[in-house]
Write a protein that binds this ligand. Structure first.
Ligand code: PXG
Length: 283
């Protein structure tokens, strides 16, 4: 494994950053999780745009142009000889002093890790998964915009731990007003009366790249899709449910908090979208 740090490749054992990096000390930084399929990076431009938007939102100036960053990501995939893999692109505030002040940090640190993707078992896609509602609420958008993909994941991690304790793979997170936001590392969709519904970014949803792709596939397939406020009631009474994310792709959800969703098996629209998404990534 060859890891890119600020323009230089290091072996896994040699890839190290300063303990004074504010990415470590304060979670001060932004990141992207990206997939490579068959040697090609999926929706790279969208990931780069989101990374730079996250950085702009937290006043972090990435020390390279978008074009250069895109080349660095593609270069790291080639350097590792990766066909199908997972790319973690991280930009931290850089090394500074022991204090919050970001102005003490000299230069942001740019890290690109290309790893193997831990695929979910095939049967999850065929049979669907059960998820639970976490007691941990999503940080309110008026405190931290959910569109910022920052290195601060503690509240999502607490929710993920709740999922694990409940024997589930994922957990739904509500916002502080009780509306559905998203899952800990995935967006959520339901199907109701032939139409897709998904929470709004203003209710705490990350503007997911997979979410966008599914919205495009729905539009292309004449399936209505709206972003709207959703409650637990909407989830429990949905005809179908699925989650979307770079890692999970499109994953059917057949149970939430011990309620069966729809007929308790992946629904027809979900299966159609799984198929369409597979074709899209293979294009
Ligand atoms: N919500 C949150 C909070 C996320 O972190 C998504 C939704 C889905 O977004 P994308 O753009 O991937 O469709 C994410 C993405 C990991 C990992 O290592 C996490 C994500 C993506 C890839 C890997 O756990 N989160």
């Amino acid at each position: 494994m060859k890891i890119y740090i600020d323009g230089t490749y290091h072996s896994k054992d040699e890839a190290k950053i300063s303990v004074f990096d504010h990415g470590l000390l304060y979670g001060d930084g932004v990141f992207e999780g990206i997939r490579a399929y068959d040697g090609r990076v999926f929706r790279l431009a969208e990931h780069i745009d989101r990374l730079y938007a996250s950085a702009t939102a937290v006043a972090l100036e990435i020390p390279m142009a978008k074009k250069e960053m895109a080349s660095a990501v593609v270069g790291a995939v080639h350097e590792n000889g990766t066909q199908d893999g997972y790319i973690r692109l991280v930009v931290t505030r850089g090394a500074g002093s022991l204090g919050l002040d970001p102005s003490s940090c000299g230069k942001p640190t740019v890290i690109i890790i290309v790893g193997d993707i831990q695929l979910y078992p095939k049967e999850y896609y065929q049979k669907g998964i059960r998820i639970v509602t976490a007691a941990t609420r999503r940080i309110p958008p008026e405190c931290l915009d959910p569109r910022i993909k920052s290195l601060n994941y503690l509240n999502n991690i607490m929710a993920k731990a709740e999922a694990r304790r409940a024997g589930a793979l994922e957990a739904v997170m509500l916002n502080t007003r009780g509306y559905v936001a998203e899952c800990t590392a995935d967006n959520i969709f339901i199907v109701k009366d032939g139409r897709l519904l998904t929470p709004l970014p203003s209710d705490g949803a990350l503007d997911g790249i997979t979410r966008r792709a599914v919205q495009e596939l729905a539009a292309a397939g004449d399936i209505g899709c709206i972003e709207t406020a959703l409650t637990q009631y909407d989830l429990y009474t949905a005809d179908e449910c699925f989650i979307t994310g770079t890692g999970a792709e499109v994953m059917p959800v057949i149970g939430i908090d011990d309620r069966a969703i729809g007929e308790g098996k992946p629904g027809p629209l979900t299966l159609r979208l799984i198929d369409a998404y597979r074709k899209l990534v293979a294009e």
